[in-house]
Design a protein around this ligand. Structure first.
Ligand code: CA
Length: 493
């Protein structure tokens, strides 16, 4: 029996609800739905920190952020990152004879970037050109060969499209042709890679850049969606009054700040004033009217359109595997690095909160022998479970060595293969998200420095509409969760 190939496909910032298989009535994701149908759906999969670099570092290392210690996004030129010499799953896969490849976004920040165990890298790091020109970005070089500079896109946003971009909060049609769009490049290169595989087992991570803000589909995909079809999330009157103030401040920041290409930009004077004087914070009702509903529908429609573009490429990748006879020996995993609020609780993008819209991720595993096919798993899993799982599948050395042998790395991840056999047997009793949230099967507790904590019953209130903190009937639960969170991260409020 040859060792299986492993194909990891990730999107960037995909809300776990934004897929057909997950019940979204509007977004079209036939290929992702196919993986869900032919594989196992993990309904309770979480990121380790809702930011690109920390989440991705957890995938590579099998570690929680408190262990690999990359807490923020890392851009080129900054030195901080996972410490040199850290062993990644790809180091061990390569040592075990696998050909290892990454196509698309890496956004990693390892000090020892050259040695994360990749035989092949075809990098397309970002929709915009925040990397200095001397850094490796294969997409940038390819665009130049097509007669385009990546800076054109940023110029277009800052000058030509600025008014529309601001009015629609970054929901705009992409200026370049569909073929030139970054995820078309990533998808096309991935198909080419799969077409040219030989006998050697491979690991490929196809790492798409959408649906990350800006919501910028090329015209053909934009035309697939009518914003009137978008169902806006349920946001009860007064919802934010029982929540930490920081949520309302973030909502205002989203609504008021002129969006920069990568997000909302620095806090405005209005937001700064609220941070200093909470009494200036508007009510839920006032916040609800800040972004017109037709603009909100447009934002979500264009977000969906970029997901459908990725989905089409995922379909072509699956077709390629099938045509080459590789589907029967390739494990396919689909996930995202974290979510996007997408207007739930009146907030957008990522930041400030630990809501499910942000920290729960789509997560699917399709085994070539059909193990777990058509089933779903409600047990807790995390992005850090991928590394030990890949190594188990490849029959490679683990990131940790068994007791009595030389210590290599401390690991937070657990292999997922037992869940594929038996989806009701927990592998984690609890998961920590960043250093201030704790999730169990039933509860989520969030500590917010200098602000109200949050307690949600995820079974009764999956939309996290009611913060139960401070209610006498939940005192015991809250104290127990708080104690565990505070002990783990030495929090002294
Ligand atoms: Ca991300």
């Amino acid at each position: 029996m040859p060792r299986p190939n492993i194909l990891l496909i990730t999107t960037d910032e995909q809300n776990a609800r934004a897929a057909g298989y997950a019940g979204d009535p509007t977004v079209r994701t036939p290929s992702i739905d196919r993986i869900a149908r032919e594989g196992m759906v993990f309904n309770r999969a979480y990121t380790t920190q809702p930011l690109c670099t920390p989440a991705r570092a957890s995938v590579w290392t099998g570690q929680h952020v408190s262990r690999h210690n990359v807490n923020g996004n890392i851009f080129t030129g900054r030195k901080e990152g996972v410490r040199a010499g850290t062993v990644t799953f790809s180091n061990l896969l390569r040592r075990a004879g696998y050909e290892t490849a990454l196509i698309g976004k890496r956004h990693l920040g390892f000090e020892n970037e050259a040695d994360i165990g990749l035989d092949y890298q075809d990098l397309a790091e970002s929709k915009f050109d925040f990397n200095p020109p001397h850094r490796t970005d294969h997409y940038r070089h390819w665009l130049a060969e097509q007669g385009h500079a990546k800076e054109e896109i940023e110029t277009w946003v800052r000058r030509d499209m600025h008014e529309e971009y601001v009015r629609n909060y970054g929901a705009v049609r992409h200026p370049l042709g569909e073929d030139l769009y970054i995820d078309s490049y990533i998808g096309r290169r991935s198909v080419e890679y799969l077409r040219s595989r030989g006998e050697r087992p491979f690991f490929l991570w196809t790492s798409f850049c959408a649906p990350h803000h800006p919501y910028d589909p090329p015209a053909r995909y934009d035309e697939m969606y009518d914003p009137d079809d978008v169902v806006l999330p349920e946001r009860p009157d007064g919802e934010l009054e029982g929540k930490p103030l920081r949520h309302r401040i973030w909502a205002v920041r989203c609504a008021r700040n002129a969006p920069a290409p990568h997000g909302w930009g620095a806090p405005s004077q209005e937001v700064q004033a609220m941070m200093e004087n909470p009494e200036l914070c508007p009510s839920t009702a006032e916040i609800a009217g800040m972004i017109p509903e037709d603009v909100q529908r447009l934002m979500i429609a264009r977000y969906y359109a970029t997901i459908t573009l990725d989905d089409d490429w995922i379909g072509r990748m699956l077709d390629t595997l099938q045509e080459r006879g590789l589907l029967e020996n390739t494990i396919v995993v689909f996930a995202s690095d974290h979510g996007d609020h997408l207007g739930e609780h009146h907030v957008w993008l990522k930041g400030t909160t630990m809501y499910e819209s942000l920290v729960r991720v789509p997560f699917l595993v399709r085994m070539p022998d059909g193990l777990g096919a058509g089933r779903s798993c409600d047990e807790l899993v995390s992005l850090f479970d991928l590394a030990p799982t890949f190594l188990r599948w490849a029959d490679a050395e683990q990131l940790y060595t068994p007791e009595g042998h030389e210590f290599r790395e401390e690991l937070d991840g657990r292999p997922l293969d037992s869940l594929l056999e038996c989806p009701g047997e927990p592998i984690h009793d609890e998961l920590f998200i960043g250093t201030r949230a704790l999730v169990t099967r039933e509860w989520k507790y969030v500590w917010n420095r200098g602000d109200l904590p949050e307690l949600y019953n995820l079974q009764d209130d999956p939309g996290e509409l009611t913060n139960l903190t401070g209610r006498p009937e939940y005192t015991d639960v809250e104290l127990a969760l708080r104690e565990r969170l505070h002990a783990r991260f030495n929090i002294n409020p």
